[in-house]
Ligand binder design. Structure first.
Ligand SMILES: [Zn+2]
Ligand SMILES: [Zn+2]
Length: 163
């Protein structure tokens, strides 16, 4: 029997469902992270209220978090199971004019296919492009929130409270 996990899915504006899905299996170069703490960013809130042009429904929320590497896919050597990490939600291309000016957060090539959302869940799959970049860093303490998150905790394992 396949292990299951909880995952929040936004199916429409203001329609957030808690689903039970299979824990993802990492492919080559990928990581599966156990989410230790995820916070609510303004982007999550705006997406919840009105949707987001780059995140078509149904979509996953939660992209500012800390976690622990639960499984590593083939070919992953920079991370091991048990590593505490923090990850950025997107991977800039590094080639466009904005990236060249140091404005990676405004990269012209970031869209829904290059964003790793879904931290409002027990586990999160970090795809190859994300796991392969420097947007993942080891984090010293599992109890600390992601550094650029808003103040309102939305998901904390061991608690079913949403705020
Ligand atoms: Zn954010
Ligand atoms: Zn770019």
């Amino acid at each position: 029997m396949t292990a299951r996990m909880r995952q929040a899915v936004l199916s429409a504006p203001r329609s957030l469902e808690l689903r039970e899905v299979e824990i993802p299996t990492p492919g080559s170069g990928e990581l599966v992270v156990r989410v230790d703490l995820a916070l609510t960013c303004g982007t999550d809130l705006k997406t919840y209220r009105r949707g987001h042009p780059k995140l078509p429904f149904p979509t996953l929320l939660g992209h500012e978090y800390t976690g622990t590497v639960a499984r590593v896919g083939a070919g992953v050597s920079a991370f091991r199971e048990g590593d505490p990490i923090v990850a950025a939600p997107s991977a800039p291309c590094g080639d466009c004019s904005r990236c060249a000016r140091g404005l990676e957060n405004l990269c012209q090539h970031i869209d829904g296919s290059t964003m790793a959302f879904g931290a409002f869940a027990d586990y999160l799959l970090l795809p190859t492009w994300c796991a392969a970049t420097c947007s993942i860093a080891r984090w010293g303490s599992r109890s600390r929130p992601a550094p650029c998150s808003s103040r309102w905790p939305a998901w904390s394992l061991g608690s079913s409270a949403w705020t």
